[in-house]
Design a protein around this ligand. Structure first.
Ligand SMILES: [Zn+2]
Length: 136
């Protein structure tokens, strides 16, 4: 199921440079300039689209358009559903690479307060381990 939360995650949590690496030959021309990831804008063709690392959104300084991960895949020819599927796969890959083989070492700061899964797990852990007295 495609939810708003999923789409937001696909836009925000998968860094654009990582997506470009996965796209390989299909990716628009890109380069890093002074630490900023810059690529050829799919709308105007100028290499003036620059990714803002804070929100993972690209802005083209030539035509003024904003471009997110999903926009970019659509622009290079993917159907929406395929783009979502691909980004989901790459996001899992990205998470696995970032976390490494030991998921336990993932820093607590990576877990957002709004992450319901994490809250649920925390709740279960508290139930399991938080109360040393056996229930009667
Ligand atoms: Zn442009």
């Amino acid at each position: 199921m495609i939810t708003r939360a999923l789409l937001r995650s696909l836009r925000n949590d998968l860094p654009m440079p990582f997506m470009f690496r996965q796209l390989g030959d299909k990716a628009p021309y890109s380069k890093s300039v002074e630490g900023r990831f810059r690529f050829q804008c799919p709308h105007c063709g100028e290499t003036q689209a620059v990714v803002n690392p804070r929100n993972n959104l690209a802005h083209c300084f030539y035509c003024g358009k904003n471009i997110n991960n999903i926009d970019l895949l659509l622009a290079v020819g993917y159907e929406f559903v395929d783009a979502v599927g691909l980004l989901q796969r790459w996001l899992r890959l990205y998470d696995a690479e970032r976390d490494g083989p030991d998921m336990v070492s993932r820093p607590a700061t990576a877990i957002q307060p709004s992450d319901q899964g994490a809250t649920l797990i925390g709740h279960i852990l508290r139930q399991e381990f938080g109360n040393p007295r056996p229930r009667r």
